[in-house]
Ligand binder design. Structure first.
Ligand code: GRF
Length: 192
């Protein structure tokens, strides 16, 4: 297939990874980067025949050394975009400076509300009326980079956390491939 080479970084289940792999996108998923050797996303990548790099950051002396190794593997495959899909780690300067405005994350809340872990539960516990999903460029902070797209949903009366989580995932699974498609289509006009 023509199009850019992309990499996906994930640490867990990989439902977003799966929908991206299934989606009709003009790109090639050149690599899955995973920091957890037992993460279910690894088997999903195998199923799609997508190459996986499993690296444990604690085996490196520094975060920069870990990221240098990741960067080497990305460059080797001419990766031009990185999409985080449940990657539970902050991206450091080594990768950010190599990929300005080319590292994107999806987060299950309407940022800047509820950054960090368990965002769906944070919104649920706070009993907000509306929450949602954000896709944003990654910077050094936790879920703080410039927003690219958001989609909201109203929390229903008496709704359970399980139901809300499911509905948030459903939004993620339609929003993320759409945003990736849009970014790839406009990649030459994105100002860094
Ligand atoms: C998603 O909710 C995503 O927004 C967050 O981590 C979760 C990953 O889910 N960053 P999955 O592994 O893609 O199922």
């Amino acid at each position: 297939m023509a199009g850019s080479n992309i990499a996906i970084f994930a640490s867990g289940t990989g439902s977003n990874f799966e929908v991206i792999a299934h989606a009709d996108l003009d790109c090639n998923i050149a690599l899955l980067v995973c920091d957890k050797p037992n993460a279910p996303v690894i088997q999903k990548a195998e199923k799609f025949g997508i190459e996986t790099l499993v690296l444990e950051p604690k085996q490196f002396l520094t975060k920069a050394a870990y990221e240098e190794k990741v960067l080497f593997e990305l460059k080797k495959r001419q990766v031009s975009w990185v999409f985080l899909a449940g990657y539970m780690r902050l991206i450091g300067n080594t990768l950010l400076s190599a990929y300005p405005k080319r590292i994107v994350n999806i987060h299950p809340s309407l940022l800047p509300d509820f950054p960090g872990k368990d965002a769906v539960k944070q919104a649920f516990d706070r009993r907000v009326e509306t929450t949602g999903v954000t896709v944003h460029y990654v910077d050094l902070g936790m879920d703080t980079g410039p927003v690219i797209a958001q989609r909201s949903l109203d929390i229903e009366q008496e709704e359970s956390l399980e139901s809300l989580t499911e509905r948030i995932h459903a939004i993620e699974h339609s929003l993320y491939p759409d945003v990736i498609r849009m970014l790839l289509e406009h990649e030459d006009s994105i100002e860094v």
